[in-house]
Ligand binder design. Structure first.
Ligand code: ZN
Length: 422
């Protein structure tokens, strides 16, 4: 067991105590360059989330780690040099002069000779449709990676047990192309940075976004040091159209990739139950040294892209369960297309982390207000109407999951895990 292992596991086992500080790192999405609100498909989400975290007094209970732009060498941990070169060149083509934050030296010079050649390059790199190029896309994408890097480095430096970067979690981006609103895969970079620490031998990646975490899974398909578990809606025609089987059938078995393919309409209790069952099984067998959670909240009831019935309780319960292992935990954002609900969920997730470490230190969680009203002074107060509370009602989509279908998933994973040497 490495020195990063935790203690007091929820399953009752006990392992050596870590030495790192009981604190929560929060990386605010603020940078002198440009607001992360400019990333497509998220509206003002970055600012709205940060504003609620501030107005609820949560920021003052965290260690704040300044955001920085990623270096090219950090982005190369997840992407090809050619793709990064095209992404950067695509931004410069439209708006020369804005992209001087990272040196060219590690990138190829891409010279689009004409519009036709540019179009071919962009199509090849996935920089079309849901991932269009625009002014500053390079810098903004590199900021999303930078946040995950600084959060990971703080865990490695043991300044905290938990680090949160809610503008991260871009789990669909591929080695050589953009995908599903994701330009750069900060999750893959973070996992590789964490694995570069000699005391970290195994990373467990957990993905609770309503969409299958395909890009991360693909990156680590043949890497036994990273186990991936994705909980997602698996329904014909639902993006990205993968993750329908519990383990990948198309590759030789490696037993470090697990999927929990769910049907429409799952609610809090069933989601929490299968999450705990799965995590208990996987944690016992893989004994990770660090956890990375993609906490996409597009499974919240009413999300324009999701089809689940979840409320904030599902997310905070899952986070609480992971926190109880007392293993270093990196929490990233992800999907969440109802802006106010994304802010509600992630503020609650951060509050859960703060409360957890506060209790571990033996302190009262005095700064944690039980008042669930959105503070009047929040810059985006009007978004939270008509109730202006931080609560999200449970949804009423017919639940197509059954106790049998959920038990079948757990049983199949048990069968798989029984063949793995521990
Ligand atoms: Zn999603």
């Amino acid at each position: 067991m490495s020195q990063f292992a935790g203690e007091n596991c929820p399953d009752g086992t006990s392992v050596p105590s870590p030495h790192h500080t009981n604190q929560v790192i929060y990386v605010p999405p603020t940078h002198s360059f440009k607001s992360l609100d400019n990333l497509t498909k998220h509206g003002q989400r970055s600012s709205v989330v940060h504003s609620l975290i501030q107005s609820c007094g949560l920021e003052s209970s965290c260690i704040l780690e300044p955001l920085r732009i990623a270096t090219v060498s950090e982005a190369l941990l997840a992407h090809s040099r050619h793709y990064l070169s095209v992404l950067r060149a695509s931004s410069l083509y439209h708006y020369p002069g804005v992209a001087n934050y990272t040196p060219y030296s590690d990138l190829d010079i891409i010279d689009f000779r004409d519009d036709e050649e540019r179009k071919l390059h962009l199509e090849d790199a996935g920089l079309i449709d849901d991932c269009p190029t625009f002014n500053g896309v390079w810098e903004l994408a590199m900021l999303t990676v930078g946040g995950a890097v600084v959060a990971s480095q703080q865990l490695i430096a043991r300044r905290a047990n938990v680090a949160c970067w809610f503008d991260g979690g871009r789990h669909h981006a591929r080695f050589d192309m953009a995908h599903g609103f994701c330009y750069l895969n900060d999750v893959v970079v973070a996992c590789k940075i964490l694995l570069s620490e000699p005391g970290i031998r195994r990373v467990l990646y957990i993905d609770i976004d309503v969409h299958h975490g395909d890009g991360v899974e693909e990156s680590f398909l043949y890497n036994p040091d990273v186990t991936t578990v994705s909980f997602h809606l698996a329904q014909k025609g639902f993006y990205p159209g993968t993750g329908h089987t519990i383990t990948p059938r198309e590759t030789p078995p490696n037993y470090s990739v697990f999927r929990v393919p769910l049907r429409r309409g799952i609610g809090d209790d069933a989601f929490i139950s299968i999450f705990r069952n799965m995590m208990n099984l996987v944690m016992n067998h893989h004994r990770p040294d660090v956890l990375v959670l993609q906490c996409g909240c597009d499974g919240v009831y009413g999300d324009p892209l999701g089809d689940f019935n979840l409320s904030g309780k599902a997310y905070t319960s899952c986070v609480s369960y992971l926190l109880d292992y007392n293993i270093p935990l990196l929490i990233l954002g992800g999907g969440g297309y109802d802006t106010a609900n994304a802010a509600r969920v992630w503020a609650d997730v951060l509050q859960t982390c703060i409360r957890h470490v506060s209790i571990r230190k033996g302190n009262q969680a005095v700064s944690m207000s039980i008042n669930r009203d959105v503070p009047l002074h929040d810059d985006f107060f009007d978004l939270y109407g008509p109730d202006f509370t931080r609560d999200i009602p449970t949804g009423s989509i017919p639940d197509e999951n059954t106790s049998e279908s959920l038990q079948h998933i757990v049983d199949e994973v048990k069968t798989v895990l029984n063949v793995i040497p521990q």
